[in-house]
Each structure stands twice: as C-alpha cells, then as structure tokens.
Design a protein around this ligand. Structure first.
Ligand code: UDP
Length: 332
C-alpha cells in the first residue's frame, strides 16, 4: 500500500514518513519545500510541488492508496499578522488538495489538525466534543478543513481521520530528525538554545495567566508518539469495512499539562545548565491552558503517548547538539 505524505519534508510529516516505512508502507513525499527541508526527506521519493498544483498531483495520486496531509503553515503568531497567507495555503490550498484526492478516487485521508480548533476551552481536559471556536486564523484554517472533510465524508464517502495534536516536541531516537523551523518560535528548542549559547535569551510570553505559576500550560507530546498515532489511524481506515464516509476527530496529547516554567526546569535538569530568560508580554492568540483528554485515542486507535517531557527534552537536546556545527542551516 502506498501513501502520499503531503508536507513530508517538515518536522512532523518526516517523522510520520519514517514510521510508515517501518510499518511496511510505501511512501511518496510531496512538498514544495517552502518551510520543509530537503534533508528531512532524504532517502524517500520526493516530489516537489504545491498542494494546489492539480496537474502535478494527478500523476502522483494515481500511484497511491491514501493521503496524509501535513502541508500547512503552523505559526499562531504569524497567522494573526498575516492571515492571508494562512487562508491561502491552509484553506484554499488544502481544499484544492482534497479535491484532487477525491478526483483521483482516493477515499482514505489522514489530516494533521490541531488543538487550536478549540480556541479557549471551557473545560480542561479538552474532549473531542468540546466547542470548536478558534481564537486565531491558524486554528480557524484547521477547523475549516475539518469541516470540509466532514462534508465530503457525508456527500462523497470520504473516510478521514483528523488528528488534533497538542504540542509536538522532541526528536527521533536515531538522531536523524529533530524540530527544525525557520524561524524557530517553539518553546523547547528556544529554551535549549538559551542554555546552549547558540541562541538568545528565552522570552517567557507572559506570567500573569490564571495558572499555578502564571505561565501558560500546554500538553507536550513526543513526535514519535504522534508518528505512531498516524500509522494507527491508517490501519483504522484500512480496517473499517463499512463503505460509508466519516471523519473521525481524535485528540493526540498525553493528558498532562506543563507550564512554561515546568518546561524550563525540565530543560535545566536534562542539560545541567541554566536557561537564560526574561519575562515578556503575552503572545497574541495564546490560551492559558490546553490539555487533552486523550481517552478517545486510546479507545479508537489503541494509542497512548509512551514518552514523557524528559524524553522530549532529552531527545531534542541530543539532536540539537548533534546538528550544531552541521549543515542544517543550509536547509532547502
Ligand atoms: N512560549 C514562551 N516563549 C517562547 C516560545 C513559547 O513563553 O519563546 C510559550 C507560549 O506562550 C506557549 C508555550 O510556550 O504558552 C508553547 O508555545 P509554542 O510556541 O512552543 O507552541 P504553541 O502552543 O504555540 O503551539
């Protein structure tokens, strides 16, 4: 069985591509390398193209049985400043991809969604039934596509799983792939950089939230656990004999929350170094607490996160040290 991994040269997509291959699937990576890295796709067939390029997609889709979609812009702050970019790619581009998939006769689809669809949650932990009311254009773009999948499931028999990630973190055990964003805005890599000497001081985005220590609380989930969930989602799609369409939405988190200060302590514990930091203003679009109720993933996919915050930080740290001085910066 062959899988098209759209956005497979990015941080999460490239981990999933490897997990799929380890599980015996054939993988074709499709990526326009706008934010992805050629190096992350090394060893795979890489087709360079945009998700809205119908002609290019047609020939690739003719060779695959299912599609996984990671090709999205994913900075909350940037989405607030430049919504046009987010709606163009994450909404218009994604819809174009979905139509190409449909026209190719493919009915199995795994979507990389986000807890950002929930906005500011009424209750913690967040279940899949919680109201979806995004508070930033990034979350709105993910919700739009979930709704499109829902409609295509009813109307055209699309069979989809939307995986709502909480905070992806960590690097793979082989040391081959780690978190690589340009520019980097995520907490764990920035906290590591702030104690490695290669980065600046970490800015804590607000310490006046209504949380235990005043900093935001998030549910960090190891990228290898996320990758495993995608393989399970695909098996779930293969295993359903019912020919009707559906869009199953599942949270992927650990069910445990860590504040920014908790993460800093974990980083200091693993590295044995101090994280240079200062407290800054709140970042636009950041809810105070996001923690998953992860029981649905266990019930439906048999998935629970296996790795904790220490493993996320430790793997990210060893990956960062290994890649320092390497040629990662040259990217695409
Ligand atoms: N954060 C922070 N300083 C940074 C980057 C992030 O204090 O330099 C906080 C951010 O406000 C959020 C948490 O760390 O509460 C996780 O942010 P990240 O950008 O890693 O992921 P997001 O929650 O935006 O997906």
């Amino acid at each position: 069985m062959a899988i098209l991994v759209a956005g497979g040269a990015g941080y999460i997509g490239s981990q999933v591509a490897r997990a799929l291959r380890r599980s015996g699937y054939e993988v074709v990576i499709y990526d326009n390398l706008s934010t992805g890295f050629r190096r992350l796709a090394r060893g795979f067939e890489l087709v360079e193209g945009d998700i809205s390029h119908e002609v290019k997609l047609r020939s690739v889709l003719a060779r695959v049985d299912a599609v996984m979609h990671f090709a999205a812009h994913a900075y909350v702050g940037e989405s607030v400043e430049n919504p046009r970019k987010y709606f163009r790619n994450n909404v218009a581009g994604s819809l174009s991809l979905l139509n190409s998939v449909l026209d190719a006769g493919i009915r199995r689809f795994v979507f990389s969604s986000s807890c950002a669809v929930y906005g500011i949650p009424g209750e913690i932990p967040i279940t899949e039934q919680a109201v979806r009311a995004p508070v930033n254009p990034y979350g709105a773009s993910k919700l739009f596509f979930e709704n499109a999948l829902e409609a295509y499931a009813c109307a055209y028999g699309m069979r989809a799983v939307s995986l709502r990630y909480f905070n992806a973190a960590g690097a793979d055990e082989s040391g081959e792939i780690g978190e690589l964003h340009e520019p980097e805005t995520h907490l764990i890599p920035l906290a590591l950089a702030a104690c490695s000497g290669s980065g600046g001081e970490l800015q804590i985005h607000g310490d006046d939230y209504a949380t235990g220590d005043g900093t935001c609380v998030r549910d960090y989930v190891h990228v290898e656990d996320l990758a495993d969930a995608h393989v399970r989602a695909l098996r779930y799609l293969e295993g359903r004999s019912d020919p009707r369409g559906f869009n199953l939405a599942v949270n992927l988190g650990t069910g445990r929350g860590y504040s920014v200060l908790d993460v800093i302590r974990a980083v200091e514990g693993i590295t044995g170094r101090a994280v240079r930091r200062m407290v800054g203003a709140r970042r636009a679009g950041d809810p105070a607490v996001l923690v998953a109720d992860a029981t649905e993933a266990q019930r439906v996919l048999g998935w629970t996160a296996q790795r904790g915050i220490e493993e996320m930080v430790a793997s990210a740290w060893s990956w960062m040290r290994e890649s320092e001085g390497g040629d990662w910066a040259e990217s695409a």
